[in-house]
Design a protein around this ligand. Structure first.
Ligand code: HEC
Ligand code: HEC
Ligand code: HEC
Length: 425
């Protein structure tokens, strides 16, 4: 009898605890949530508001996720790969049944600011509302206005391909309770107006941290105050720390060069490729000179971490790898990058004293070698030179050897690349 009663008591306590936990999670998911005041869908907008929305949508790079290659603009369907499965971007055209045609500006704001869909469903943070939550209501309304001017496209949203438990709203609710907090941009009065504009763009619409910030095993950004570098999920690319002298080292660049990189995709010291080429092509090249300058000013003022890139002491490398690498280099690479890695100004980047080559992680040079690399075509760089892919020419061991050679010659001093590292990619 006594044991019975104790069991009941334990069960009761457990149930109450579970209910309390669930209530807490639900409450945390609703914090800061604006209520839907109006379901009304406005039909007219001023040309100024629409134009502003068009520009802001470029700054937020909405089309890169919400448009498939060759598909109708903003009609969704692109799969975003995450370690937990694939999440498909939605149809943002004003189609009433498959798009966001019945959404009011209040609904749209709740999606951007709180990550909740019109029907109350919690949205996956593959949609970077964790950053967009910073934007103002005015900017949200402008983007809404611009989206309303698009031709409606009837295209059903694709179901996400996620395994259990990631496919449940409960798991997403717990994740959000732990890692998401709706937030608005708070200007810092001791900083210049330009710095504040840059902070707003970089941390809000620009969502640079989505790639340039480290994440934990549950895919959550670990430090919102830093652009400390991140490995892109499902891809071999590493987005270098923008606030570290050991990586991008933006602090030491002339501001005009940071602007030029975002505007044209190339500077004498760097060129962008892979996912960053997409960002420049679809988003930053379209921003005004003054907005890009503001972003550069903000990025260069980030508190710096890490010290100069080059290791003071030359690292140990396998002699056999170096010799093999040297042969491959003169055969396949020297014609463009030069016998001593000096490159050709305006055509082929130098590999000597190149930050991208000397990053501790060999991810990006490995990607370049395998798949080739192309800077984006921009107004300021209309005919970029490309690097041919070597994935079908060179064996994994050759790639390891030539990268070890490049990373250990002409003053470069980055760790050697093993065949295992190349194979794992
Ligand atoms: C990195 C990829 C990515 C970018 C960039 C992105 N989105 Fe999305 N968006 C998604 C994904 C994925 C979903 C689906 C999330 C879900 O269903 O849980 C989504 C969903 C949405 C939804 C909810 C739609 C619905 O029917 O539930 C809205 C609204 C939205 N995005 C607006 C925007 C706007 C506006 C921008 C640009 C400022 C933008 N998105 C940029 C990936 C992205
Ligand atoms: C989709 C992922 C992604 C997003 C979003 C992104 N980046 Fe990048 N970025 C990368 C990758 C990957 C690289 C490394 C490859 C390269 O250098 O081109 C990179 C490189 C860079 C570099 C060059 C660093 C160097 O060492 O040469 C700068 C500067 C930069 N990003 C700035 C930004 C800014 C500013 C934003 C936000 C407006 C941003 N990035 C958003 C992925 C991203
Ligand atoms: C036909 C000329 C050509 C050849 C041959 C070539 N490259 Fe390149 N390489 C380029 C160009 C152009 C870029 C810049 C591409 C970009 O901006 O995306 C580049 C970029 C790179 C980068 C990235 C540099 C950076 O700043 O991000 C590395 C590393 C690299 N090449 C290594 C090699 C190696 C190793 C070989 C030989 C196996 C080789 N390349 C052969 C033209 C070439």
């Amino acid at each position: 009898m006594k044991a019975h009663r104790r069991l009941w008591l334990v069960l009761l306590v457990l149930t109450v605890t579970l209910i309390a936990l669930a209530a807490t999670v639900i409450m945390l998911n609703k914090r800061g949530e604006a209520s839907i005041v109006s379901d009304a869908v406005p039909s007219t907008f001023s040309p100024d508001q629409i134009e502003r929305g068009r520009y802001l949508a470029l700054a937020g790079n909405c089309a890169s996720c919400h448009t498939t290659r060759g598909g109708a603009e903003y009609a969704g369907g692109l799969g975003i790969k995450t370690p937990f499965g694939t999440i498909y971007a939605s149809n943002l055209t004003p189609d009433p049944s498959t798009g966001i045609g019945t959404w009011s500006p209040d609904h749209f704001w709740r999606a951007m600011h709180n990550g909740r869909a019109r029907d109350g469903r919690l949205l996956y943070p593959a949609f970077p509302y964790t950053s967009y939550t910073q934007i103002t209501r005015e900017d949200s309304d402008a983007i809404y206005a611009w989206l309303r001017t698009l031709p409606p496209v009837s295209k059903e949203n694709k179901a996400h391909a996620l395994g259990f438990p990631y496919n449940t709203q409960a798991a997403l609710a717990v994740w959000r309770a732990l890692y998401f907090r709706p937030d608005g941009f708070a200007a810092q009065s001791q900083r210049s107006e330009e710095w504040n504009r840059g902070a707003y763009l970089v941390n809000g619409l620009g969502h640079c941290i989505a790639c340039h910030g480290a994440r934990n095993s549950l895919g959550a950004t670990t430090n919102w105050d830093r652009l400390d570098g991140g490995q892109l999920p499902g891809e071999g690319w590493y987005a270098p720390a923008l606030d570290s002298d050991a990586e991008a080292g933006l602090k030491s660049w002339p501001t005009a060069e940071v602007v030029a990189l975002l505007k044209t995709g190339v500077t004498p010291r760097a060129s962008v490729s892979g996912p960053m080429a997409e960002v420049v092509y679809r988003s930053t090249q379209h921003l005004s000179e003054s907005d890009l300058h503001a972003m550069a000013v903000y990025l260069q003022a980030l508190p710096s971490h890490g010290s100069a890139m080059q290791q003071p002491v030359p690292l140990q490398r396998s002699g056999a790898l170096m010799q093999r690498g040297e042969k491959i280099y003169s055969l396949h690479c020297a014609s463009c990058h030069g016998e001593s890695g000096e490159g050709k100004t305006g055509m082929y980047p130098p590999l000597a004293a190149n930050r991208a080559v000397n990053l501790a992680s060999p991810s990006n040079p490995m990607q370049m070698l395998r798949f080739g690399g192309y800077a984006p075509t921009t107004e300021g760089n209309p005919r970029p030179y490309g690097m041919p892919p070597f994935g079908h020419v060179l064996a994994d061991e050759d790639i390891a050897a030539v990268l070890t050679y490049v990373r250990g010659s002409w003053g470069n001093n980055a760790p050697e690349v093993s065949m295992l590292q190349v194979m794992r990619r």
